[in-house]
Ligand binder design. Structure first.
Ligand SMILES: NC(=O)c1ccc[n+]([C@@H]2O[C@H](COP(=O)([O-])OP(=O)(O)OC[C@H]3O[C@@H](n4cnc5c(N)ncnc54)[C@H](OP(=O)(O)O)[C@@H]3O)[C@@H](O)[C@H]2O)c1
Length: 334
């Protein structure tokens, strides 16, 4: 089969399409024939060596949709040919908070979805939401689940919230916007691009602030929300997080699932004086994944930025690296 391989770290240009043996599902596993895969920043971080526990060679890719191609011993469902999406979080059992000691994410260290076939545990295979195209279905797993858990399970997102979403161009943050709009909440988004702000408005964002031209964007967000957001969902960390904590409303929730810009200097006063709840969140439980799929079964659509052919993987990865995208970057595998 054809697979996108990373044989050494060194950036996106180290990704190559190669012929490798088709994997065989073991007991309790399913072989999925991949139609579409999608990028997460994690895949680019891995090419750069900026991820813990990197092992090469590997086929990257956490997001994928396709159809069931074969069953390992002890597995009978879903039947061969069923359209499916893959939950990339392996090893999260019934505990709502804890990953097991053997937890991992599809695409590192195990081979991932940037290939014509991938083997995953049977419990990670879910029926594809019928209303989504293959491109859309491939776009939702990792980002959609991470955003779902941060916004709903941890952040308790609800209709009356004023939600601050910094860096809405991020794949995951775009899902947070979709969910907040779907829930009927008011949303304030930031982006470094006027074009992305316009797209966010078209998706239903109430207010947009360009953090590159409005250097006091946090003060603008406080003003627009008449006293601060009631919910912040952040993946930027660094100074972005510090400012969010400083302007969050009394009693607000601040859900954090990433730290693209590194460590944050935090004023304890901002947290204790305002009774803020700071909530860590990462990936999602099987229950989060199933609940997230239900939203997309009811007609919600993810944002697909661009679809690249498999052979143009380097250009696709560089597009993600530059942060030019709004929503998800998809790879057409077959
Ligand atoms: N813990 C988890 O389970 C989990 C899961 C997925 C992702 N993550 C983490 O979440 C982060 C985002 O992931 P992703 O895949 O969504 O990345 P991505 O699509 O590459 O998003 C990058 C975006 O971050 C925004 N950004 C960067 N610097 C900013 C700043 N100073 N102020 C505001 N926004 C800024 C930019 O948005 P604009 O273009 O709009 O300016 C940029 O486009 C990464 O750190 C990733 O590792 C964690």
């Amino acid at each position: 089969m054809r697979a996108i391989r990373l044989n050494e770290v060194g950036g996106p240009e180290k990704l190559h399409v190669e012929d490798v043996p088709k994997p065989v599902p073991g007991p309790g596993e399913i072989l999925v024939k991949i139609k579409r895969a999608a990028f997460n920043r994690r895949d680019v971080f891995i090419t750069q060596g900026l991820y813990p526990g990197i092992k090469v060679p590997v086929t990257p890719g956490s997001d994928g949709c396709g159809e069931v191609a074969a069953h390992g011993a002890g597995v009978g469902n879903p039947p061969v040919g069923t359209p499916v999406v893959i939950n990339p979080e392996i090893g999260w059992d019934d505990d709502p908070f804890t990953l097991t000691a053997n937890a991992s994410i599809v695409g590192m260290p195990t081979d991932g979805t940037f290939a014509e076939y991938v083997v995953v545990p049977a419990q990670n295979v879910y029926r594809k939401p019928a209303l989504l195209s293959d491109d859309e279905a491939a776009a939702i797993p990792l980002g959609g689940m991470t955003a779902y858990r941060a916004a709903f399970t941890r952040g308790q997102l609800a209709k009356d919230d004023i939600v601050l979403i910094p860096g809405v161009g991020s794949g995951v943050q775009t899902f947070v916007l979709l969910y907040a709009v779907h829930a009927g909440a008011r949303t304030i988004v930031t982006s470094g691009s006027d074009e992305k702000l316009a797209r966010a408005k078209a998706l239903g964002a109430s207010e947009g602030i360009n953090y590159k031209t409005d250097l006091d964007w946090h003060k603008s967000a406080r003003k627009l929300s008449s006293g601060g957001p009631t919910l912040v969902v952040d993946c930027n960390g660094g100074e972005v997080l510090s400012r969010c904590l400083d302007i969050a409303r009394y009693g607000a929730r601040v859900a954090i699932y990433g730290g693209t810009n590194g460590d944050a200097k935090i004023r304890p006063y901002s947290i204790f004086w305002k009774h803020l709840s700071v909530l860590g969140s990462s990936m999602g439980s099987p229950a989060d994944f199933a609940a997230m799929l239900k939203l997309f079964e009811s007609g919600l659509k993810p944002v697909v930025d661009r679809v690249y052919p498999m052979d143009e993987v380097v250009a696709a990865a560089e597009h993600v690296l530059k942060g030019d995208q709004m929503g998800k970057v998809v790879l057409a595998i077959s």
